[in-house]
Write a protein that binds this ligand. Structure first.
Ligand SMILES: [Zn+2]
Length: 267
């Protein structure tokens, strides 16, 4: 079983959200709620406030540095279309891609919003290529929202998609290859207060899941981690990613990348 590490880039700065969407008020309410119901410590709450005040909610650089130290290839999914709290500008998008490309073993693909309307979907892909110069072979939908429109991705000339979540090998469906995600921060790490005992439960659940994937004969284990959470303000997520990478390395797993896989071999 080879490991594929991927990162969704949903936010690049606090400023992009001002007047453009409801991300900040929603975040404010969510953090207060988590504090009141003891899901985070007061210290963690303050760190989250500090991030907003310092306009620092993107951790691409820190994550790339960490991956580099550990010799990990990674694919980043970035968005060109605005909506559903994706509000960064084309200029910011290109700056992020330039930063990611300064690191070896990285790849940038599209984080899409359009799916139902084939015309809009094709335009989104064209727009991404026009702005970034990258013709994306693969896509991941924002919020993994895809429903029953997977054939549209084939019509828009994507070779593969990685938006579904589940313990399955990659498979071909309606002309497109699907790489299901097995491990993802927001699905595999619960919103509970960070403590040694709580974190041990999270670690054990993750180890059991990896073993289960191995037992079921998976050829690839796809991990999705948001760069936004590579921060001490999100301790469970932050520690989980580092634990996961350490666990995979110390158990001699080999890391691969979407771009290194021969898609013709997937049926
Ligand atoms: Zn997203």
């Amino acid at each position: 079983m080879k490991i594929i590490i991927s990162h969704d880039v949903d936010h690049l700065s606090v400023k992009e959200h001002l007047l453009n969407d409801l991300y900040l008020p929603k975040l404010f309410i969510r953090d207060i709620y988590h504090l009141l119901f003891s899901r985070i410590s007061f210290g963690e709450y303050l760190l989250r406030l500090k991030e907003i005040l310092n306009n620092k909610i993107s951790y691409i650089k820190e994550l790339c540095e960490y991956n580099k130290e550990n010799n990990i290839p990674a694919t980043f999914f970035l968005a060109v279309k605005k909506g559903r709290s994706l509000s960064y500008s084309n200029k910011q998008l290109n700056q992020a891609i330039t930063l990611i490309n300064t690191y070896e073993k990285t790849d940038c693909l599209i984080h899409g919003i359009e799916i139902k309307n084939i015309h809009n979907l094709k335009n989104e892909k064209l727009e991404f290529t026009r702005v970034t110069g990258i013709n994306p072979s693969g896509i991941r939908m924002h919020y993994l929202s895809k429903k029953d429109n997977i054939q549209n991705l084939h019509n828009a000339k994507y070779s593969f998609d990685s938006s579904l979540y589940g313990i399955k090998n990659p498979y071909k469906m309606n002309g497109i290859i699907e790489f299901p995600i097995q491990l993802m921060d927001v699905f595999d790490v619960p919103n509970i207060k960070f403590s040694d005992s709580n974190f041990n439960v999270i670690k054990n659940n993750t180890i059991n899941k990896i073993k289960d994937c191995e037992k079921r004969g998976l050829k690839y284990l796809v991990v999705d981690f948001h760069d936004r959470y590579f921060s001490e303000a999100y301790l469970n997520y932050f520690e989980w990613y580092k634990f996961l990478i350490n666990y995979l390395i110390s158990n001699n797993y080999v890391f691969s990348s979407f771009k290194d896989i021969d898609l013709k071999n997937i049926k």
